[in-house]
Design a binder for this molecule. Structure first.
Ligand SMILES: [Zn+2]
Length: 544
């Protein structure tokens, strides 16, 4: 073989015979990848890439499988992932009622006398029968059961749990809560909002994890991400200095592999000298502040310009941050000057408007604008039509969760009416007005599987592919846009567009091999895609 350009660089590994969607506009498809160290050495045809195969190069046949860039989950509460795997709380997320009861029955069989059976994620809206404690009594006649609805705003318990809490026919409803009762006046076992606490305060708290268990939990969480093709997470929790210390230790001791982009609370950022960026070879960055301007739509805490349709006395709960727009803007400006971006939880149209106002003012005050600031609205769930163009115009990024739309669609129109629903989860409108969307799940709240999110982005359907044609289908994204929301756009959000989001020479070698062709299968199957291999920084860190 000849090489006219001096000594050839040999790859550590060459992957050939794939369908590579690079997300690199210049050359969108390829069949082969050469990796050296933690970077892509070359991306191209099998023939061209094989020229980088030397005697010590490992050659991997991709067998015609599809390759995508490593995925970024841009709104997760990462700490819960591993802790939930380690402590294995019962998970009944959106299960059909029979399956859910079977899991509870098995848990009751294993449980010690008097031990609580606690789970979260049930959704009675998909059952054919209403939630009633007699269902749970059949599965667990002796052990108390408490299930939290997936939305977090209702609790479903059995008779034993009601007895322990002392809830009888005569127990009054608490403030801001309802004990749902049947025609005869007896509690059905469904406890709405604050009524759940009447039972849940009797559940003993789970034991605190030791430092070593926390490390194990990080490993489990990191492995779960990699098994789902997620190579970077943006943690939206508002992490503490203690979390930062523990994460550094976990990277140093090999418990963490996934790349983490952390947001801290304002007070923590104030105490830091500046952001931490690119630690451990671009694995760990702390350069955002997490703020909250309002609550959730499910709990009618989202701050709305006009009252809720299903509760005309209520316009939601604006948090302290939103009460004084100038003070809010000063906080954001102060952080920008310190090198921190702000990511604000904003759900209602009023909450979103206040955040956009504060962000624009902060950029005005500092002269750090648009692409230099990259400020982020978390959720951007209900937007007034006048505010939609402001994302593109001011360079403000919308961090949005596909699955939230397809979970919330069952109640949104009832809660805020048809007109306002049109500005909800309005992905298409944001893009058409020059904005970008960073995709995520908000796990703890919704499942983190990225292909669930992309399926929702593309179809506006739940994972039973309902409703036919999709909910408010004019807001659907194309497959390419949905994939950008998990690759190039979050890379831009985190100032890493030169390093991540694409399969491209010189970038970090983060990519995944999946079991079917994302761009050519029916859209209704996108959520069924399985990850076969995850490569992070050139190393295979997951293989099925
Ligand atoms: Zn969240």
């Amino acid at each position: 073989m000849t090489n006219s350009c001096g000594p050839r660089e040999y790859a550590d590994t060459v992957f050939v015979n794939g369908i590579v969607y690079t997300m690199d506009e210049g050359s969108p498809t390829a069949t082969a990848i050469a990796v050296k160290g933690n970077r892509f050495l070359m991306v191209g045809t099998d023939e061209a890439v094989m020229k980088h195969a030397g005697d010590d190069t490992r050659i991997v046949d991709l067998e015609g499988k599809t390759v995508l860039p490593g995925l970024t989950e841009s709104h997760i509460h990462f700490g819960y992932v591993g802790v939930n795997i380690l402590t294995a709380p019962l998970d009944v997320y959106w299960l059909p009622v029979d399956e859910m009861l079977e899991r509870i029955r098995m848990a009751a069989e294993r449980a010690a006398p008097g031990e609580w059976i606690v789970a979260r994620g049930y959704n009675d809206a998909i059952w054919d029968e209403p939630a009633h404690r007699r269902l749970l009594d059949r599965a667990s006649p002796n052990n108390p059961v408490s299930l939290r609805r997936y939305c977090g705003h209702a609790t479903f318990v059995n008779t034993r749990a009601l007895e322990i809490a002392g809830i009888t026919r005569t127990t009054p409803d608490p403030d801001a809560g309802t004990i749902v009762r049947d025609a005869g006046g007896n509690a059905t076992g469904v406890l709405v909002s604050a009524a759940g606490a009447l039972v849940n305060r009797h559940i003993p708290p789970p034991p605190r994890l030791t430092e070593q268990e926390m490390m194990e939990a990080y490993k489990l969480g990191s492995d779960a991400m990699l098994a789902n093709g997620i190579t970077t997470v943006h943690d939206a929790t508002g992490t503490t200095p203690e979390d930062t210390r523990r994460r550094k230790k976990a990277y140093e001791e090999g418990y963490l592999r996934v790349r983490i982009m952390d947001a801290v609370l304002f007070e923590t950022a104030m105490e830091m000298d500046g952001p931490l960026t690119g630690l451990y070879e671009d694995h760990y960055t702390v350069r955002w502040v997490k703020e909250f301007v309002d609550g959730s739509l499910g709990g009618r805490g989202a701050a709305m310009i006009e009252p809720y349709d299903d509760m005309p006395s209520e316009t939601g709960a604006l948090r302290a941050l939103g009460q004084d727009e100038d003070e809010y803007a000063r906080r954001v400006a102060l952080m920008l000057e310190k090198g921190f971006g702000t990511r604000t939880h904003s759900i209602g149209d009023r909450g979103n408007r206040i955040t956009l106002n504060a962000f624009e003012k902060a950029m005005e005050m500092t002269g750090i604008k648009g692409d230099e600031a990259r400020l982020v609205v978390e959720h951007a769930q209900v937007l007034h039509p006048d505010d939609i163009p402001r994302f593109g115009k001011s360079g403000i990024i919308a961090s949005m969760q596909g699955v939230h739309a397809t979970e919330d669609m069952v109640f949104v129109e009832e809660r805020i009416g048809n007109e306002r629903a049109k500005g909800s989860y309005a992905w298409r409108s944001i893009l058409d007005n020059g904005g970008i969307i960073s995709g995520g799940s908000d796990y703890g709240v919704s499942p983190y599987e990225p292909f669930f999110g992309m399926h929702a982005f593309v179809t506006r359907q739940d994972r039973q592919n309902n409703p036919p044609g999709g909910w408010l289908p004019e807001q659907k994204l194309t497959r390419e846009e949905a994939l950008k929301a998990y690759t190039v756009w979050p890379a831009f959000l985190e100032f890493s567009e030169h390093l991540k989001g694409r399969v491209k020479e010189g970038m970090l070698a983060d990519f995944i091999v999946i079991d079917r062709d994302y761009f050519n299968i029916p859209a209704e199957e996108i959520h069924e895609i399985q990850v076969l291999r995850t490569v992070l920084g050139g190393e295979t860190v997951f293989e099925r």
